[in-house]
Design a protein around this ligand. Structure first.
Ligand code: SAM
Length: 327
């Protein structure tokens, strides 16, 4: 079965957040002027999250990305991932993590059937990393990346949110890191989802990122790649290292958007950058058929596109921090 929305997009990708708690406090994700998230509404049980994953897979979802907050801080996460990867239709189960706990968990995650890891890393410098993440230790993430590679995962995709004036000078260092490690580094445009009034000052478009990298490396566009999602990839020199750019603001990719999102408290949304959400809890209290119907409605009525542009950011009230949505 496949589901196609009213704009002829096949929706086959679910981003499922299992917690809004995190062991870091990245400034663009949970801005420090906001009260700590978490605790206001309870997260769904793993049974309910599993039920949502199973029913979604029955509707044509082929890839389930488990995210958070930090998914690895929730006790029982490895068993949950194993359960989802054993759903009969065998969805591709992938994980987005800040990598802080990977040293210990890389092998169990691989054994649980997780196919691929995206690891967030915004700076290679001890102080900058600690400052952006509210106290994180970059060495733990680097050790986590090593552990993931040793555990046999395909080269992890490293996500760096580009912040002008904060980590932009490290863009060439990240390209070198990709070359040395044979990894893919993806530079993500900073999205104004955090109520951060300083968003505009720190926003840097992907075109500038590629220009910076192109001064040092020969960049060859890569046409299509498994797991690329919205990233536009370029081979660095002769490879295998690659860089990708994700440009939700300067060059939105809504016409190819194939995803829906469910947050840990059971709020579903068809678009990351729109406020419309549907509370799935009342449906979870009912039959599988009721859940199937509401998920179908959400997919069919997925908005055509987001309405945030470089010129017009949305940082006012009503915006939910990314940590509560799952990215
Ligand atoms: N804790 C995990 C992690 O750090 O990867 C998963 C959750 S995090 C919300 C998922 C992704 O969203 C990360 O790659 C993060 O960098 C990205 N993200 C969060 N806030 C963002 C923002 N304002 N703009 C762009 N990307 C953002």
């Amino acid at each position: 079965m496949t589901l196609t929305d009213t704009f002829n997009r096949t929706i086959n990708y679910l981003r499922l957040s299992v917690t809004d708690r995190c062991n870091l406090r990245c400034q663009y994700c949970v801005p420090r002027n906001l009260p700590a998230v978490g605790g206001t509404r309870d997260a769904l049980s793993f049974d309910d999250l599993f039920r949502l994953a199973r029913i979604s897979v029955g509707l044509g979802i082929r890839k389930v990305r488990v995210t958070g907050g930090e998914p690895l801080v929730r006790p029982g996460i490895v068993e949950f991932l194993e359960r989802v990867s054993r759903i009969e239709a065998q969805p591709q189960v992938v994980l987005t993590t800040n990598g802080m706990m990977l040293k210990k968990l890389a092998v169990p995650l691989r054994e649980a059937g997780v196919r691929r890891l995206n690891i967030s890393l915004d700076s290679l410098k001890t102080e900058t990393f600690a400052s952006v993440t509210g106290g994180g230790d970059v060495k733990m993430v680097l050790d986590g990346i090593d552990a993931a590679q040793k555990a046999g995962f395909p080269p992890p995709q490293i996500n760096m949110v580009v912040l002008r004036g904060i980590n932009e000078q490290e863009i060439p260092d990240f390209a070198r890191f990709a070359v040395e490690r044979g990894l893919n580094v993806r530079f993500i445009e900073y999205m104004p989802v955090s109520g951060d009034a300083g968003w505009r000052a720190h926003f840097m478009p992907s075109s500038e990122v590629l220009e910076m990298i192109g001064r040092e490396h020969r960049l060859t566009p890569v046409k299509s790649m498994d797991g690329a999602g919205p990233a536009r990839y370029h081979l660095l020199g002769d490879g295998p290292g690659m860089v990708g750019v994700i440009s939700p603001i300067s060059e939105h990719f809504c016409s190819q958007c194939n995803r829906i999102r469910i947050s840990s408290d059971g709020m579903a949304r068809g678009c990351l950058l729109r406020e419309d959400t549907t509370d799935l809890k009342p449906f979870l209290a009912s039959s599988d058929e009721a859940v199937r119907e509401i998920l179908t409605t959400i997919i069919l009525h997925k908005p055509e596109r987001h309405n945030v542009t470089e010129a017009e950011s949305r940082t006012g009230q009503g915006w939910v921090p990314m940590s509560a949505i799952g990215g």
